[in-house]
Design a protein around this ligand. Sequence first.
Ligand code: AFP
Length: 341
Amino acid sequence: MDHAADAHRTDLMTITRFVLNEQSKYPESRGDFTILLSHIVLGCKFVCSAVNKAGLAKLIGLAGETNIQGEEQKKLDVLSNDVFVNALISSGRTSVLVSEEDEEATFVEPSHRGKYCVVFDPLDGSSNIDCGVSIGTIFGIYTLDHTDEPTTEDVLKPGNEMVAAGYCMYGSSCMLVLSTGTGVHGFTLDPSLGEFILTHPDIKIPKKGNIYSVNEGNAQNWDGPTTKYVEKCKFPKDGSPAKSLRYVGSMVADVHRTLLYGGIFLYPADKKSPNGKLRVLYEVFPMSFLMEQAGGQAFTGQKRALDLVPEKIHERSPIFLGSYDDVEEIKALYAEDEKKN
Ligand code: AFP
């Protein structure tokens, strides 16, 4: 009998226990982050449950439609947004919220304010909802460093100032991947317990991978370095095997696979979208933070992604992220291109 394995199974490291352990390393800490995280976790569990029964509960479809009882149905991403906004406000630990679903930032009432600002995409990959393919929630957390009235300036900060970032993937299992700046840790939801359990401690991305992930339908509009890079993936000239292409079209799923298996995820600029498609605050920054914490890199085509300073809350940026060596290759191609021009 494998007693060691049994002991492991009976000594469950829940996400709350894990964060409390981390917190105990900082004697001055008052548990605010743990409380904030428990509200994010609640949002993730709610969305997971809603995603699982989406078809049955008729949550798929367009917001604004009415069901047979004549009640207005909420599209899953609108519902998810409401759940996260309410959970984050009621945590009493937030002051500014930026959601992909809301044009303007939300400023929390003074009576409920706390020292964190949260940027998030409550349900990313919405085009995959109706066919049951993996989707996810992405979040990044900043601290408010003053006691004046909060403004959008409090979140228009470079990604390297985030204190934590993570995502929850609603896939074949529900997994929450988190970094508070000391490595990346993955927790899987045990549906029978309703708890996220540490299953992937200290995730490190392989230094080099054999998968590239990009929407190749945009290839005719790519710039030179991206075109050259993808050409190299398919027709390597150094005798190495060609890379495999995998593309789900949900950033959480594509990044999750990249983190675990290695390789590169690209959403470059193109002639039609000169700033790419993905949003800086709640897609590019959290995923770049996680990649760097796992030993990988994240690059915009011009600089380290986490050094961007956004000017608008819904700003976009091209992004290349993944295994250290793979991102190094695309950086070299951009450097070469810059020298020529
Ligand atoms: P949707 O939420 O509109 O499906 O967009 C998802 C997303 O923001 C991101 O999750 C994907 O990586 C990316 O867009 C896919 O974009 P393309 O459909 O242009 O490939």
